[in-house]
Structure formats: structure tokens, C-alpha cells
Ligand binder design. Structure first.
Ligand code: ARG
Length: 260
């Protein structure tokens, strides 16, 4: 994770940010981030990367890169100039932590674990569209030995895969239909069958799919009573954390973390 030291909404690179320039309550943001930190730290060890001035989105560490269980990492190549300065800091962090840095063609945009999610079986789900290039699949497949399912995101509001899709434990996943092309909806349905939990518009707008799943606990911003009931049926409990200030930047709980 990365403390929200320089967090603000000072530019617009996704639709959620448009109405929110200069509107972040910074002390509230710090309190909210601390609550997320405290919640996760009871369940996992957390490493912190130092925030850097003029990189207000750096706390969304999901976008640092794609990290494998074998201590390899592909550091992101960001689409927008406003975030491109983050990559060098993430590279240094992973080099210091003795990760093996794997490079892919830097002309190809790839925004890391924002658009590439491992499921419990170690298979990778990849989403292209508003951010990562579809061509990144070939690059990832050529670099890491992983099985990849490629999906296409079609709505700018669900601009990263992790805003509309979330592998949980036991083969289950949360997903939002309208974020995906018809082909991708079919792909998800075919691969997961009854184990896909399609979320409502309301839950999608509250970024319910941007969840951290630790054991059977699902940490997210907000979930409807229906979604909580559905999750309960499959043995998952929900922990809601108010991350309103980060929602102003188009980010929620999961984007603020990267599993390493
Ligand atoms: N403001 C950030 C951006 O648009 C939010 C990133 C959220 N990250 C994520 N993995 N969904 O890049």
C-alpha cells in the first residue's frame, strides 16, 4: 500500500474524477485510508511504498504492476502522462525487494493488477479497453507462464478490470455485465457457470467489484442487502469501509492495494 500523502483529484483521467477536481477532504481521506490499512493489517502483512509529490494517484498501488507468486513483476506502462512518473518508483521498490523485473514492449500500455487479476487457481483474467491495450495479452503470455482469459471493457466508467470483476475464493467471482462486451460476458458466464455473481447497477456504481477478498472476507466500499445475502450464501462475509474520498478519483478498496 502507499499512504495518501499527496492524494488529491487534480486532473481527469476517468469519468469519476470529472466532477471532483479539488474536492477531496484530505484529512478525511487519511482517516479512511488508515481504516483500510488497519482492517487489512489484521489479516495480512503490509509493505508500504513512499508516496511521491506530484503523483497524486500513486496510492492506487494496484496499478504498480502485475506480481506473480514466483516473485516476478511486470511494472506498468501507464496510458496517461499524469501517472507515467510512478513506474520508476515502483521499479525501484520491486528491485529493492529482490523481485525479478520482467519487461514487456514499453509501447504497449499495461496497467498492472488494475487490469490483470489472478484467480484462486492461478489463472489470469485480463481486461483491455480504456486503459490496457489488448496487445498486452500476448506480451504477458510470452513473459510469464500463465493461462490467460482476455476480456474487453466497453464502458469508460469501468475503466479497469478491477472496477468490474473480482475473483473471490472457491472459484466464485463478482462481475458487472454492462462493463463488458457481449463476447466477454459469454466468456465469463461459460468459464464460471453458477459461480459468477452478477452485481446490480447500484452495486457496480458503488464499486462493489473493487473488493479485496481475504479468506472469506470481502472488503469493499458498499454492498446492497441483496449482494450481502448472495455472498453470505456462498460463505463470504462483507466488511464495508467508507472510502468516499477515493471514490472521487474513481478508486476504491482494492485499487489501494497490490498483493505481493
Ligand atoms: N484516479 C486513478 C486513475 O484513474 C484511479 C485508479 C484506480 N485503480 C484501479 N486499479 N482501478 O488511474
Amino acid at each position: 500500500m502507499c499512504k495518501p500523502g499527496y492524494f488529491e483529484v487534480s486532473y481527469v483521467i476517468n469519468p469519476w474524477m470529472a466532477e471532483n477536481i479539488g474536492k477531496v477532504d484530505k484529512s478525511l481521506a487519511t482517516r479512511q485510508w488508515n481504516q483500510l490499512y488497519d482492517t487489512i493489517s489484521g489479516k495480512a502483512n503490509i509493505r508500504l511504498i513512499e508516496p511521491v509529490a506530484d503523483l497524486p494517484d500513486m496510492l492506487f498501488t494496484a496499478n504498480a504492476g502485475l506480481v506473480t507468486k514466483n516473485h516476478e513483476v511486470i511494472v506498468s506502462s501507464f496510458r496517461h502522462a499524469q501517472r507515467q512518473g510512478e513506474s520508476q518508483h515502483y521499479k525501484k521498490f520491486f528491485a529493492d525487494e529482490k523481485y525479478q523485473l520482467k519487461s514487456i514492449d514499453t509501447n504497449i500500455i499495461f496497467e498492472g493488477a488494475g487490469d490483470a487479476l489472478f484467480d484462486a487457481d492461478g489463472e489470469l483474467w485480463f481486461g483491455s479497453g480504456p486503459r490496457s491495450d489488448a496487445a498486452a495479452v500476448r506480451e504477458i503470455a510470452g513473459t510469464l507462464k500463465v493461462k490467460i482469459t482476455a476480456l474487453e471493457l466497453v464502458d469508460p466508467r469501468w475503466y479497469h478490470l478491477d472496477t468490474a470483476f473480482c475473483p473471490l475464493g472457491d472459484g466464485y467471482a463478482l462481475a458487472y455485465k454492462k462493463a463488458f462486451s457481449a463476447d466477454s460476458v459469454n466468456t465469463i458466464q461459460k468459464k464460471l457457470g453458477e459461480k459468477v455473481i452478477w452485481v446490480s447497477d447500484e452495486d457496480a456504481l458503488n464499486f462493489a467489484c473493487n473488493a479485496i477478498c481475504l479468506d472469506h472476507q470481502v472488503i469493499l466500499y458498499r454492498a446492497s442487502t441483496e449482494l450481502k445475502a448472495a455472498l453470505k450464501r456462498y460463505n463470504f462475509t462483507v466488511i464495508e469501509i467508507d472510502v468516499s474520498e477515493f471514490m472521487k478519483s474513481g478508486g476504491s478498496c482494492k485499487c489501494m492495494t497490490l498483493e505481493i
